[in-house]
Design a protein around this ligand. Structure first.
Ligand SMILES: [Zn+2]
Length: 228
């Protein structure tokens, strides 16, 4: 059975990862849509990196939750399994997932704007802000996709290919409002997959879902595994 799981911020919410939409006092005067952009970084790399350093510290303190663990377990149980995630926090990998397509990059990755080197940097807090490339001392940027940037081509084409070739497609904790998360489940469905949605709220995917579980990620995924 070919299983695909698409996850969004909802699965990490149970680990206490905020959505970074202005609730925390420290950064609430900033709009993420104004910090997570190439323009903001060009104007003030230090400010943008301070924000990412703060987010990285929160994520480092968080733990993967039951939802992450169930997804990792599915990978062990089903030989043709892939996870497609919009999350950048790396909690899926910490729970043991290996077959992961990251649509929006990874907050633990850095990329050098000078030499193009790309590597994982797990130190929190960062000793120097903005951080410098270990190869050439050039300016590093976070290895995530910013507003206004295109998604990584390899990840995107793999995600489409996997969605076209699925028996069961499970959407967890994403409002599925933005491209391509809005589109992948519908492609899977059109190509014959059973579509399962886990979300406390209705989403634009709900009318197309064969099964829709109005649950948080952990509880909903536990029920899904009983169905498979
Ligand atoms: Zn470099």
């Amino acid at each position: 059975m070919k299983i695909r799981v698409l996850t969004g911020a909802g699965i990490s919410a149970e680990s206490g990862i905020p959505t970074f939409r202005g609730k925390d006092g420290l950064w609430n005067k900033y709009d993420p849509a104004e910090l997570a952009t190439p323009e903001a970084f060009e104007q003030n790399p230090k400010l943008v990196w301070e924000w990412y350093d703060w987010r990285r510290q929160l994520i480092a303190k968080a733990q993967p939750n039951e939802g992450h663990r169930i997804v990792a377990k599915m990978e062990e149980l089903f030989s043709d399994f892939w996870l497609i995630t919009q999350n950048v926090d790396g909690l899926h990998q910490r729970a043991g997932s290996k077959k992961v397509i990251e649509l929006h990059g990874n907050i633990w990755k850095v990329r050098c704007l000078n030499c193009g080197a790309e590597y994982y940097e797990y130190t929190t807090p960062l000793p120097e802000i903005p951080p410098k490339c270990r190869e050439c001392s050039g300016l590093l940027r976070p290895g995530v996709v910013w507003f206004g940037e295109s998604l990584p081509v390899d990840a995107l084409s793999k995600a489409y290919e996997l969605s076209q070739n699925a028996d069961v497609f499970i959407v967890v904790g994403t409002s599925a409002l933005v491209y391509p998360a809005a589109e992948l489940p519908l492609i899977a469905k059109r190509e014959g997959a059973k579509l399962i949605e886990v979300n406390p709220e209705e989403t634009p995917i709900t009318p197309y879902a064969d099964y829709s579980l109005r649950e948080k990620a952990g509880e909903g995924l536990r029920k899904v595994t009983e169905m498979l």
